[in-house]
Design a protein around this ligand. Structure first.
Ligand SMILES: O=c1[nH]c(=O)c2[nH]c(=O)[nH]c2[nH]1
Length: 292
């Protein structure tokens, strides 16, 4: 038997980066969480402790902050591509880089040039993978919480001796959407594409008459692919944020689908991907990312 080193990567996770851009008295902020990780010829540090190929995670962190000063951060996809390509092209032993960025949203407080409001927890995300000269971009969003108070049924499921769930033809459907979509082609306007995909996801959640969260998930992914040729594949993770009708009969009251208990756990977790059958090959795009 021989023991060998398996796949490995290393980097600095969750660098918190905030930039202020000043256009006269009007300020714009960008609030990012940036994680970098590098791959390559890194056997020696694991096997002998020889660090001659190890670009320190501290250096990776410094590079994130220095790059934010040296050129405008711009769209998170462009910033991630610049960082990833930098590490791979300047370090001989480094053959691949993965840069993950979450962008936290701030809105301007109306009427003020330099004050902002963090309205929701929703984040725009990107996961950029650089491998030698090639690069893949998977962008997305997370913590996008949506609810519809009708237009959702759930029935026709099997009933065995453990089944207690009542069938319903009118329920609340709520979820916190994590979506990732893989880009194909080139010359993509990242900001425009993000805004459009987000809009399609929201509009489809709202408009699709739902017989299951699974059906809604598929409809959301399919609508993105129908409308956005630059997207090859969409992966969705959607917890079912259950709203149970409270039994008010002990109080002599009838609950007419009006009073609910919003349970936070356990929750159904509905996950899936929707893709084109003629999509560009995924290459290393999803490498080590969560399946959904
Ligand atoms: O949309 C749903 N899908 C399920 O698989 C499921 N299971 C469940 O208990 N409620 C629901 N709702």
């Amino acid at each position: 038997m021989a023991i060998v080193l398996g796949p490995n990567q290393y980097g600095k996770a969750e660098n918190r980066l905030v930039t202020v851009t000043r256009d006269g008295s009007v300020h714009t902020i960008k609030d990012l969480t940036v994680s970098t990780s590098l791959r390559g010829d890194l056997a020696e540090t694991h096997l002998t402790g020889d660090n001659s190929a190890v670009l320190a995670t501290d250096t990776q962190k410094n590079t994130v902050y220095a790059f934010a000063k040296e050129a405008p951060v711009g769209e998170i996809e462009d910033f991630a591509l610049r960082l990833g390509r930098h590490f791979v092209s300047t370090q001989e032993a480094i053959t691949g880089a993965r840069v993950l960025i979450d962008e936290h949203s701030w809105q301007r407080i109306e009427g003020n040039d330099h004050s902002f409001l963090q309205g929701s927890n929703e984040k725009r995300t990107t996961a950029v993978t650089v491998e030698g000269p090639r690069a893949w971009v998977v962008s997305g969003l997370k913590d996008l919480v949506v609810l519809k108070s009708t237009g959702s049924e759930f029935h026709g499921f099997p009933r065995d001796r453990y089944t207690t769930l009542k069938e319903t033809d009118d329920r609340i459907l709520a979820t916190s959407v994590t979506a990732r979509w893989r880009y194909q082609g080139s010359g993509i306007d990242w900001a425009e594409s993000f805004a459009e995909v987000r809009g399609i996801l929201l509009r489809t959640f709202a408009a699709k008459y739902s017989l299951s969260l699974q059906q809604t998930l598929y409809a959301m992914g399919a609508a993105v692919l129908e409308e956005r040729p630059e997207v090859a594949e969409v992966r969705l993770s959607m917890p079912n944020k259950h709203h149970f009708e409270v039994d008010l009969s002990p109080f002599g009251l009838e609950n007419g689908n009006e009073v609910f208990y919003a349970a936070d756990r356990p929750y159904g977790l509905i996950e899936g991907s929707v893709l084109r059958d003629d999509a560009e090959d995924a290459g290393a795009a999803w490498h080590t990312l969560p399946a959904f």
